[in-house]
Design a protein around this ligand. Structure first.
Ligand code: GTP
Ligand code: MG
Length: 310
């Protein structure tokens, strides 16, 4: 395969600049935008355009046969949520190369599922994991290592080890959150990360951009953030799991008067979108919505001391 420095128009100096800005593969360069590259690697428009075009030329970015896509999808990894019923409605668990979104009101279990996935991804494949590490972007300060330890013990694995394999960052603003997501690409090079969690994806966006006037800008920025998460998932064959709040819809008299923040722009970018509802005691009902290839089925699961269970 062609190396970065062998690309036409890229000397060793530029190659190093690109590398230190995190553009360490041709694929990563090929999907970059000129503006993004200019800013990150401090190069001019001409160089950025040239480099991107050269990378695009040397990486296969065109069409492929459906049979090839099918073949690649056979190798997708799945992380169990802990509940076989929930896994089943989303096609076998949280899938690599994609983004799973859960939305629901407070206490519906979004963060609990995120915690459970952090433990389960570290299990071997025969136990529903991928033997990989985790990057967790926490925007609400609700990550609890104690809960992870409790779930790890219940799964029969060493809590210390499990906690060692989870990298946490607290995001305070949307800019910070987006930066942390971009940083993931550098971190995954050194470690075998198989899961990236963003809890919550939308909370900071919601507080920073309030009111109708700010909506377009918010959506655009959120769209960019999701595009970065998609790239990370695809390039590194890892799963991204994000949580989202609901907003109430006073205009709705029948049915469930809530809908996820971010609207359809967000929904269509997700591989699986799950709506969580509280039921009796510890029971929760999950419904798959907006999935490109699976029926909108529901599953019931419980939040127990040991974690997420059927
Ligand atoms: P917000 O972030 O506030 O929007 O809510 P969320 O959807 O993230 O809720 P979360 O996942 O934090 O769920 C909280 C619920 O999980 C609590 O109301 C409890 O019912 C349950 N829960 C949390 N920890 C435990 C535990 O150790 N044992 C049991 N049995 N249930 C727990
Ligand atoms: Mg939460």
């Amino acid at each position: 395969m062609t190396e970065l420095k062998d690309l036409e128009g890229v000397g060793p100096a530029i190659a190093e600049k690109l590398q230190s800005a995190g553009y360490d593969s041709l694929e990563r360069l090929a999907v970059a935008t000129t503006g993004e590259l200019m800013e990150a690697a401090e190069v001019g428009t001409r160089v950025a355009t040239k480099v991107i075009n050269a990378a695009r030329g040397s990486v296969n970015m065109g069409y492929e046969k459906a049979s090839e896509v099918m073949e690649r999808r056979k190798h997708l990894g799945y992380i169990s949520t802990g509940s076989p019923a929930l896994d089943k409605i989303i096609g076998g668990g949280a899938e690599t190369q994609g983004i799973v979104e859960v939305f629901g009101e407070f206490g519906s279990g979004k963060s609990q599922i995120a915690h459970q996935l952090c433990v389960n991804v570290q299990l071997p494949p025969e136990q529903g994991g991928l033997g990989g590490k985790v990057i967790y972007i926490d925007t609400e300060n609700t990550f609890r290592p104690e809960r992870i330890a409790q779930m790890a013990r219940a799964a029969g694995i060493d809590p210390e080890q499990v906690l060692d394999n989870i990298y946490i960052a607290r995001a305070h603003t949307t800019d910070h959150q987006m930066l942390l997501a971009e940083k993931v690409q550098e971190m995954v090079k050194e470690d075998d990360v198989k899961l990236v969690v963003v809890d919550s994806l939308t909370a900071l966006f919601r507080t920073e951009y309030c009111g109708r006037g700010a909506l377009a800008e918010r959506q655009q920025k959120l769209g960019r953030h999701i595009a970065v998460l998609h790239k990370i998932a695809e390039l590194n064959d890892l799963a991204v799991f994000v949580t989202n709040q609901v907003q109430s819809r006073p205009d709705m008299f029948f049915g469930d008067p809530t809908k996820p923040i971010g609207g359809h722009v967000l929904g269509h970018a997700m591989t699986a979108r799950i709506y969580l509802r509280k039921s009796k005691a510890n029971t929760r009902v999950a419904k798959l919505v907006d999935h490109p290839g699976l029926p909108p089925e529901s599953a019931t699961f419980q939040i127990t001391e040991a974690g997420i269970k059927d």
